[in-house]
Design a protein around this ligand. Structure first.
Ligand code: PLP
Ligand code: COI
Length: 346
């Protein structure tokens, strides 16, 4: 193991945004195609050298995950449902022909990285430590085929709110010009290429003053899929609707958690179903959910030929869901679903 620098981080916890603050160390492991992952180790956080012919650089052979570590009100450090990220990374890797990382190895790598960077975790009321496990085809290729070797890295960064202005009521552009995913494509995988392809639609939307893009089903242009970096929920009376998983949207950990909280704590009638643009435009409350965005209200929706103002501020149900989720994460509320994964600091 390379020597690790131990300088106390000087971070202004009050001005955290969702941007990279380099931490002390990262986890790194490698694997040859057809072989087993070697035992990885912590190395100082820093640049990595690849061949210009690396599979990931030429053909996008890479998948990633995103989870968070929290400092809790019980003075513990916990991860939130990291087993789900481990399983999703296996699904994503399979789709991109990347050697699968066993759940235990994924969890061990995440745990080691968080433990070694524990002093980069913000106080519970200031933010969290974003954890980014990522795996790339690093060996050289020229023709389109699987890379001969792979690298698995886990790096972390303290983060604050994803959107500028804390928890704004978002203004969303529903696009028919672009699709995020097609049936049998890579939409359900957390493939790096999905995000590269989302940059242009996002840039156009941001240039016009929107916060995010909402994508529609590419078959019918009618049913809602998700945002570029979060799942979507619609409240109508006592019903909470969210687009069903069908291979084109990402099966979000926050989506699943929101569904359980809505059913078991708020007693809402949750339906994973087809959600139309009309449902969105006539919502009582509308919000997005994801690890990075947490639960964030959507206040305005613009389609090509329609506009709806849903709310000026976070609706009461959105607020209750958001608070329940965050309170469980920081142990202000009982972990009744057994979601927390404590990390012992030795
Ligand atoms: N959908 C997309 C496209 C995402 O990038 C994310 C973020 O990871 C989500 C949904 C939400 O998933 P999760 O709650 O697991 O972070
Ligand atoms: C997440 O919520 O973890 C994401 O991956 C969204 C985005 C930062 C890519």
């Amino acid at each position: 193991m390379t020597e690790i620098e131990t300088v106390e981080p000087a971070i202004d916890w009050d001005s955290l945004t969702f941007s990279l603050t380099p931490a002390r160390s990262m986890y790194l492991a490698t694997c040859e195609r057809g072989g087993e992952w070697e035992k990885g180790s912590l190395v100082p956080y820093g640049n990595i050298e690849f061949s210009p012919a690396a599979g990931v650089l030429n053909y996008g052979q890479g998948v990633f995950e995103g989870t968070k570590a929290f400092k809790t009100e019980k003075d513990r450090i916990v991860l939130f449902r990291p087993e789900m990220n481990a399983q999703r990374m296996i699904q994503s890797a399979e789709r991109l022909c990347i050697p699968l990382i066993p759940e235990e190895s994924f969890l061990d790598a995440v745990e080691k990285t968080v433990r070694d960077n524990a002093d980069y975790i913000p106080p519970s009321d200031k933010g969290s430590l974003y954890v980014r496990p990522i795996v790339w085809g690093t060996g050289p290729v020229l023709g389109v085929h699987e890379a001969p070797s792979y690298m698995f890295v886990v790096f972390v960064s303290p983060v604050g709110p994803y959107f500028q202005g804390g928890i704004p009521c978002l203004h969303i552009k529903v696009t028919k010009l672009f699709h995020r995913a097609a049936q049998n494509g890579t939409g359900a995988a957390k493939a790096i290429g999905n995000y590269g392809a989302s940059l242009y639609p996002l840039k156009l939307a941001k240039d016009r003053g929107f916060n995010e893009v909402m994508y529609l089903n590419s078959n019918d242009q009618e049913m809602v899929e998700e945002l570029g970096a979060a799942n979507v929920f619609v409240l109508k009376g006592n019903k909470l609707l969210t687009p069903r998983l069908g291979g084109t949207i990402l099966p979000g950990v926050t989506r699943d958690s929101t569904i359980q909280i809505a059913r078991d704590i708020l007693d809402l009638d949750v339906q994973e179903t087809d959600v139309s643009v009309d449902d969105i435009l006539s919502a009582d409350e509308l919000f997005c959910a994801g690890t990075a965005v947490v639960i964030c209200p959507i206040g305005k929706v613009t389609t090509d030929d329609d506009y709806a103002e849903i709310s000026h501020e976070m609706g009461p149900v959105t607020k209750e869901l958001r608070e329940a989720l965050m309170d469980i994460q920081i142990e202000r509320r009982e972990d009744q679903f057994n979601w927390l994964y404590p990390i012992d600091i030795l």
